[in-house]
Every structure is written in C-alpha cells, then in structure tokens.
Ligand binder design. Structure first.
Ligand code: PEP
Ligand code: MN
Length: 332
C-alpha cells in the first residue's frame, strides 16, 4: 500500500507511522509517502487522521505502477532527457568492455560526430568464466570520465558487485545494474541512496514481476530515477543467445511508469540481426536502445560476435531515423 500523508504532518508522527507500519518513507514532490507491502489493505483506525490519500495494490509493483502514477518518469541527464513526455529515443553506444584509451576514444569520437550523447563501456565485467577478461576496473572508469570531460558525453557503466558500487556511482552518469547483478540487494539498496539514474537490466530468468520488484528496491529507498532494460531472456532456443521479450516490453509499457530501454545486442548475440531488431524496438516506442559497437569487433575482449563495427553503427543511425519519426519519436 502507498499512503500519502496530509501536508505538514509532524515529523515525529511520520516517524511513528513509518515504524508502526514497517514502511518505507520517501518524499515525492514535497509529499510524505509511506510504502508498505501490498499485503496491507487497510490503514489502522488510529492512523487515519493523518492520511491524505492511499493506493491499495494486489502485488508489490507499487511505486513503479501506472495505477499509482500514470505519468512515465522523466530522467534528466542535464544535456538530455529520457522518458517522461519527451518522445526521445536515446541511442546509447559503445563497446562491451573498455579495453584501452584508443578504443574508448574512438567510440566517443564517433558518438560525438553523430551528435549522440551517451557512451557505454563496461569496466567490471560479470563474466561466466573466471579465466575470461574481467574488465579494466577503475582504470576503465577513469578513461570513461576522460571521455565525458573531452566530449561532454554522458557515461553509463555497470556495477558487478557491491565492492565497486561507490566508484561506479562517482564516475558515471547512469549506473547499470546488470542482468546477473539485479538480484543483489546490497547493490540495489546502494543505488537507492544516490539520485543518479539507475538502469536495471532484466535477468535472463527473471519474471516481469521480479523485474519491477528490483526497481521497487531502488524507488522505495528514495531514488526515483530508474530505467528498465530488456536484454533478452533464456528460452529453449539456442540459435540466438537469448530471446528478446517484446511481449514483456509491451507489458511494461502498459503497466509500469518507468522508461524502458532495449538491448538487442545481448539478446541476439550476433551483430547481423541488430539493425532489424533495433527497428522493431524503435517502432514500439521505446525510450532508448543500448547497442554494443567496437572498432574491431572480431578482436573484442568480450561479446565479440554481437558488437557492430563503427561503420555499421553509423549506418544504424541512418536506418532508425525514419522509423523513430514514423512513431513520433526523436533519436538522440
Ligand atoms: C553488458 O551490458 O555488457 C552486459 C554484461 O549486460 P548483461 O548484464 O545484460 O548481460
Ligand atoms: Mn556485453
């Protein structure tokens, strides 16, 4: 249940109610909100006097639900905005992993030439094997920060575990919580205590309900800047790396008030399909795309088969422009 308290409720009363209801307390648009589990259907009589409004739910998709707030959240990155009423589709590009200054700078140069704004690059890679390249760590974050300085780009990079969360928060503009990390509540809780945007990727065995509940961990801790990212789920199919769940995207667009970004690169696992899948995603009116590209994909240290060449990425922008326009969106 979400309970909106009357304006100017005494802080002592707010604290007492929070404790009595075992609730989360957040301030949203100047209003005190208490959030309890969806099991609570009625407010005790003794507390009724302080209540301005209330929302009862049949699942723990609460702050993120359109039933609570039908306006899609707007993520303000300063130079650009994502979600809300913007009709922007942010084309986020960059390599799977930051590998060297030359490599990440070439991606930054390309985005800059194409007038795109957000550079991705992983520094703490959640690899399936301990013997694979694990990422450049903090050195990589420093290179990304240099790209922000030089080109004014916004930076998104992933956190693998709670030991790097503070560095990732400090050096990036959007914190990516990866498909494997999204169940780590230490990470989610730390992300709830910053105001920076958090992009949560759907785990490949994660139901939509579990996905939005991961977002609720961040929202209920007070950070409203959450973006959801569909990146493919595991099905019986082995011809593609994962299966891009566009039905799930439609479900999120219908029921959830958070911006949705799609990652066809990880879903497909092969670069040949990225242009056609990207067109399908943009045609659905999504808020952004996360696309992996590399100056020399075949020699990439991670996810070699799915990364576009820089020429292919540039071509993708040309192909997507008219599709975005046809559904009333602008590529940014
Ligand atoms: C990535 O973005 O490079 C990545 C590892 O993604 P995911 O967490 O979706 O596998
Ligand atoms: Mn990758």
């Amino acid at each position: 249940m979400i309970i909106q308290l009357k304006k100017n409720t005494n802080i002592k009363v707010v604290e007492q109610m929070t404790s009595e209801l075992k609730a989360f307390h957040i301030l949203k648009d100047g209003n005190d909100l208490l959030i309890t589990g969806s099991g609570l259907k009625e407010i005790p009589d003794s507390l009724q006097d302080h209540v301005h409004d209330q929302w009862v739910f049949n699942s723990d998709m609460q702050l993120s639900s359109k039933a609570f707030n039908s306006n899609k959240a707007e993520i303000d990155l300063g130079t650009i905005k994502i979600g809300g009423k913007t009709n922007n589709v942010a084309l986020i590009g960059g390599p799977c992993s930051v590998e060297s200054k030359d490599q990440i700078r070439s991606a930054a140069l390309l985005l800059n030439d194409l007038k795109l704004s957000v550079l991705r690059g992983g520094c703490y890679k959640p690899r399936t094997s301990p013997y694979s390249f694990q990422g450049m760590g903090k050195e990589g974050l420093l290179l990304l920060a240099q790209m922000r300085e030089e080109f004014g780009l916004k930076i998104i990079s992933e956190v693998r575990d709670a030991t790097q969360i503070n560095d990732v928060i400090d050096y990036t503009d959007i914190i990516q919580v990866g498909a494997k990390a999204m169940y780590d509540q230490g990470i989610l809780r730390a992300c709830s205590k910053t105001n920076k945007p958090i992009l949560i990727k759907r785990g490949f065995g994660t139901t939509l309900q579990e996905f939005v509940q991961a977002a609720e961990f961040v929202l209920s801790g007070g950070n409203e800047n959450v973006i959801l990212c569909e990146r493919g789920i595991r099905t019986f199919e082995t011809g593609t790396r994962f299966t891009l769940d566009l039905c799930g995207v439609a479900w999120l667009q219908e029921k959830c008030n958070l911006p949705v970004i799609l990652d066809p690169s990880h879903a497909m696992g092969y670069s040949y399909a990225i242009p056609s899948l990207s067109k399908a995603c943009v045609a659905m009116g999504v808020d952004g795309l996360l696309i992996e590209m590399h100056p020399d994909p075949r020699n990439a240290k991670s996810d070699a088969s799915q990364q576009l060449t820089h020429a292919e990425f540039e071509n993708l922008l040309t192909v997507l422009g008219p599709v975005a326009k046809s559904v009333g969106y602008n590529l940014i």
